[in-house]
Ligand binder design. Structure first.
Ligand code: AHG
Ligand code: MN
Ligand code: MN
Ligand code: MN
Length: 321
């Protein structure tokens, strides 16, 4: 089986990018070890601090963030970092070629129930711009996107813009091995993922779309749909990459000051790249996620992604609205 390092070399991935991608994978290995030990490693439970998002940080949010920050600060190709758990960007090497945005631990509410969590990375090219301004590039500029999912097996999905590949961690050697090259999301699906408890806060377009899915084979869609919700975007997107589906965290009016939940730079953009590279689509309902011009590192956005035809069907409801 091909190791991640063999894969990167054989695919001719930019030699400057290779050590960085190895470093991201190594972060995944180390976080995976902590997640595996759970209560035994003393990593469960919450802290008394809040992040810039207004969320109470879990211990593992902070531990994973510190681990990644430290590891990437030692990587000469990293110019700066942006993290869900950091108020501001963090500078690393002034002559570094890359900017890395990350969600150190996605699915924080799953930690204490021993359910799926993951880590998400987005890599952008560095420029002469400094601080937050350097990161204000649309997702199409990403040179790589990846996530690590700490499930029954620890897996890593990676794209450098030439398809999406899946690796599985061999816990005995600490190496990621290629298990699926060129992942392909089926264009059609009968599975959707949405937090339905927000239903009364959705816009009319999403209300109608989901109502038609729920109507099943006697409704306008003429078929039955199944529903799944993992409460960790990494887990839901992984399922979509493996067997298709549509995943959405739409606009809602639950908290008028916060009409969107997911963050553009370290959730929506990297996942959109991984999904598009596997033949799927990713939109806000009105625009392709990867062409959005960011305005802030912690900016939030509506997300509708997954199987191409199903995303198109959902967008149809938005264009009529
Ligand atoms: P995070 O744990 O990094 O803050 O992200 C959680 C996000 C995302 O992973 C997930 O899809 C969504 O929040 C879950 O939202 P609900 O709590 O509304 O289910
Ligand atoms: Mn997240
Ligand atoms: Mn997180
Ligand atoms: Mn969070």
């Amino acid at each position: 089986m091909q190791s991640l390092s063999q894969f990167l070399t054989e695919r001719g991935v930019d030699p400057q990018l290779q050590p960085l991608l190895q470093a991201l994978a190594q972060c995944g290995v180390e976080i995976s070890q902590l997640v595996r030990r759970g209560a035994l490693a003393g990593v469960l439970g919450a802290t008394e601090t809040e992040n810039v998002q207004g969320e109470t940080q879990k211990k593992l949010d902070v531990i994973a963030n510190d681990l990644i920050k430290q590891r990437l600060a030692a990587e000469p190709s990293v110019k700066a970092m942006a993290s869900e758990e950091e108020d501001h960007t963090v500078d690393a090497h002034a002559d570094g070629h890359y900017l890395v945005s990350f969600d150190p631990l996605d699915g924080s509410s799953n930690i204490d129930i021993n359910s799926l969590v993951g880590t998400i990375f987005s890599v952008l090219p560095a420029s002469d711009r400094k601080g937050e301004a350097a990161f204000m590039q649309p997702g199409i500029n990403q040179v790589a996107a990846c996530y690590v999912l700490y499930g029954p097996a620890t897996v890593l999905a990676l794209t450098t813009g030439e398809g999406t590949s899946l690796f599985s961690l061999d816990p005995d050697t600490g190496e990621f091995l290629l298990v699926e090259d060129a992942m392909t999301i089926p264009a059609e699906t009968n599975e959707f993922a949405i937090n339905a408890s927000n239903q009364r806060f959705w816009q009319p377009a999403m209300q109608s779309y989901i109502a038609d899915l729920l109507a099943g084979d006697t409704g306008p869609r003429g078929k039955n749909f199944n529903m799944r919700w993992i409460a960790a975007m990494v887990g839901d997107v992984h399922r979509v990459l493996c067997r298709g589906g549509i995943f959405t965290y739409p606009t809602d009016t639950k908290n008028p000051a916060k009409p969107y939940k997911l963050r553009l730079m370290y959730e929506a953009n990297p996942m959109a790249m991984l999904v598009e590279q596997a033949g799927g689509s990713a939109s806000t309902g009105y625009e392709r996620i990867l062409t959005l011009q960011p305005e802030a590192i912690h900016q939030r956005v509506a997300v509708i992604l997954g199987s191409r035809d199903e995303v198109a069907a959902c967008l149809g409801y938005h264009s009529q609205a």
